[in-house]
Write a protein that binds this ligand. Structure first.
Ligand code: MV4
Length: 663
């Protein structure tokens, strides 16, 4: 076993690997960038080494710096996690040259699977089914067109170095072939510096089913069954599960055998995944799957396999890296129940799944799920890395049970401070086709509108937010909650003796640029409210707020000038507008410009020494993918300009200070 393991990664996977290392008594070394100085992976490790500034090219991709960190801390092994350097054969060689153990396959095995055409050739030789097509050396356009004819249309042109759908062109009609080929070649050259392509028969209703394999350094390979990753959006996996819906014992055996053959063909050691494309057009058939590619690393979705097999895959990785034999034989492995994994992201679904940033002001996971995460409450999702917040993993005896657990777990996950894809994941859980196990790669695109429709905002949620907003320490101006006296509303006459004393507050709120105004009234313990949306009218009567009060606390969370309501149907985050500026992003007033919320400085329009006038736009701050213009609070000279474009700022940071005015 390694004595000290350096983890060349960040976020949830670094924390995940560390957990197993700790359980096994292996000391851990984290590496971190400046943006991760207080990140969990750094704090949870036994030791940590700074490797550079925030951008990945200057930190997590710096193989030499990371190897140096391992040598300096006396680590004897490096685990790459996924992404970053995990499938870089040059890094593997450098690690080994430094006398360290790479927790993963050999550089040779990684190279063998690096290019699609070579990998397909290798797999054909190993008698692993591959998609019918041409994957030879001849790249002459006319020759390729004739191959396409032989294969039969529709065909798919793929850049041999491609990935994530880049350099891929579907061709339905032979007359478009030449043009599509040019496109694929151009994209391959631009993205991978490699314009060579292969041609494949196009599989019309593809499912993505992959087999987890594991090899040791003694020539043994087992598989740990399949995962279905068909639920994807633009080649990004959204929800994964194991086993695959509709899988038969016969097909599982065939796929498992093919995957083991594939791994043995390249002398594979460690955790790997063989991706197959499966034709789902008429059910799963033992002759209806084809090799697509091999991922020579531990994958994001490995927890679903862990859930159904009870195996700790990171433990196996560490054992195998230490030349141990595989802990189990094939016939000792079995599937128990069903598991799902949902990837919870900070992203703005209505804005086309735009990655979001922001501070996790409130963060609570459900006890029903395994929540693999690298962040805690108070951490910030920055623009530098993948905005994943957590992987929510559930396990049940049946698919239905595991899916309803996932739905419940997502409903119990509470996040404020950044937008998330939680409502989208929730909608997927409730999708009837998905519920029936009708998974295919086109599901999300087909039902895009329904799945991404914003959750309806009820008057009750607005009222609840408004009532709690009254308690907030931050109230920009008394005008925002002016005290009035009831008595003008005929409805109130019904309330008897104390009605003329009932105070009424006006509370304004905004949400996604929509404005709401509420009137809130109290009679002893009874709170009542009515809501006006935008330029609309108030309803004619007040309704009781009492019934809306949470039975589980907190359903309402107040922070800064924001109110988050965790309702059953979703999370709604309101802002209390500042009545002085009519916007929700006023500067600090007086002599300073203060960040009203955490965000990214997109633009600065002044510098130290500049003379500014009251109201001049000085900084554009991006928070939750919205731009907020921060303005000069008065006429004056800038004494300190504390930020640059690209800086991440925190709520309350003093961004600009003006010279003291002499009057
Ligand atoms: C295909 C295909 C249909 N026929 N190959 C997409 C990413 C890349 N790894 C391979 N991909 C595909 N290859 C043939 N011959 C359809 C896809 C495909 C896809 C595959 C798996 C999961 C999601 C997908 C979404 C669109 C297209």
């Amino acid at each position: 076993m390694p004595k000290k393991l350096l983890i060349a990664n960040r976020g949830e996977i670094a924390c995940r690997i560390m957990q197993t290392a700790h359980n096994m008594g292996v000391k851990t070394v984290a590496v971190y960038s400046d943006a991760d100085a207080t990140a969990q992976h750094r704090l949870l490790a036994d030791e940590a080494v700074r490797i550079g500034p925030a951008p990945v090219a200057e930190s997590y991709l710096k193989g030499d710096v990371i190897i140096q960190a391992a040598l300096e801390t006396g680590a004897d092994a490096i685990h790459p996690g996924y992404g970053f350097l995990s499938e870089n054969p040059d890094f593997v060689e450098a690690v080994e040259k430094a006398g360290l153990t790479f927790v993963g396959p050999s550089a040779k095995a990684i190279r063998a699977m690096g290019l699609k055409d070579a990998a397909k050739k290798l797999m054909e030789e190993a008698e692993v089914p591959v998609v019918p097509g041409y994957h030879g050396d001849n790249q002459d356009a006319e020759f390729l067109a004739s191959e396409a004819e032989k294969i039969g249309y529709p065909v798919l042109i793929k850049a041999r170095a491609g990935g994530g759908g880049k350099g891929m062109r579907k061709v339905d009609d032979p007359k478009d072939f030449a043009e599509m080929l040019e496109g694929a070649v151009r994209e391959g050259e631009a993205s991978f510096g490699d314009g060579r392509v292969l041609i494949e028969k196009y599989i019309t209703a593809p499912r993505h089913i992959e087999i987890q394999v594991f090899g040791d350094n003694h020539g043994n390979v087992v598989h740990l069954f399949e995962r279905d990753c068909s639920l994807q959006r633009r080649h990004q996996k959204v929800i994964e599960e194991a086993p695959a819906p509709g899988m038969t014992e016969e097909m599982r055996a065939a796929m498992g055998e093919a995957a083991v053959k594939a791994a043995k063909a390249i002398n594979y050691s460690g955790a790997g995944t063989i991706e197959f494309i499966v034709d789902g057009s008429d059910g799963l058939r033992p002759d209806g799957f084809w090799f697509m590619e091999m991922n020579t690393r531990l994958q994001v979705e490995h927890p679903v396999t862990e859930a159904i097999t009870g195996v700790d895959l990171v433990e196996w990785q560490l054992r195998v890296a230490d030349d141990e034999y595989l802990p189990k034989f094939q016939d000792e492995l079995q599937i128990t129940g069903h598991a799902f994994e949902a990837r919870l992201y900070a992203e703005d679904v209505p804005k086309g799944f735009l990655p979001a940033t922001g501070t996790l002001e409130y963060l609570e996971f459900s006890d029903r799920a395994r929540n693999d995460s690298g962040v805690v409450e108070g951490d910030t999702i920055t623009p530098f890395y993948d905005p994943m917040i957590a992987k929510v993993i559930t396990h049940g005896e049946t698919r239905n049970e595991a899916l309803s657990e996932l739905e419940a777990a997502l409903g119990e996950t509470r996040i404020a401070g950044t937008v998330t894809n939680a409502a989208f994941l929730h909608a997927l859980c409730n999708h009837s086709g998905f519920g029936n196990g009708e998974v295919d790669t086109g599901l999300i695109e087909r039902d895009y509108e329904t799945l991404t429709k914003p959750v309806e905002l009820s008057d009750e949620v607005i009222a609840l937010a408004a009532k709690h907003a009254l308690d907030m320490p931050f109230q920009p101006n008394a005008a925002g909650k002016e005290l009035e006296y009831a008595g003008t509303d005929p409805f109130e006459a019904l309330f008897g003796f104390s009605i003329w004393e009932a105070p009424v507050w006006t509370q304004k709120l905004t949400l996604n640029e929509e404005q709401f105004e509420t009137r809130i009234r109290r009679h002893g313990d009874i709170w009542q409210c009515k809501v006006k949306r935008g330029d609309g009218d108030y309803g004619s009567s007040f309704t009781d707020l009492e019934c809306l009060e949470p039975d589980v606390s907190p359903e309402v969370f107040l922070f800064g000038n924001r109110v988050a309501v965790f309702a059953k149907e979703g999370t709604f985050e309101f802002t209390i507008p500042d009545p002085l500026t009519g916007s929700d992003d006023s500067a600090g007033g007086g002599d300073t410009v203060i960040a009203p919320m955490p965000g990214l400085v997109k633009k600065v329009s002044a510098k130290t020494g500049d003379a500014v006038e009251d109201g001049d736009a000085l900084i554009v701050l991006e928070a939750m993918k919205m731009e907020h213009t921060l303005v000069a609070p008065r006429d004056g000279i800038i004494a300190e300009f504390n930020v640059n474009e690209g800086d991440q700022v925190e709520d309350g940071d003093i961004l600009i200070a003006l010279e003291a005015s002499d009057g």
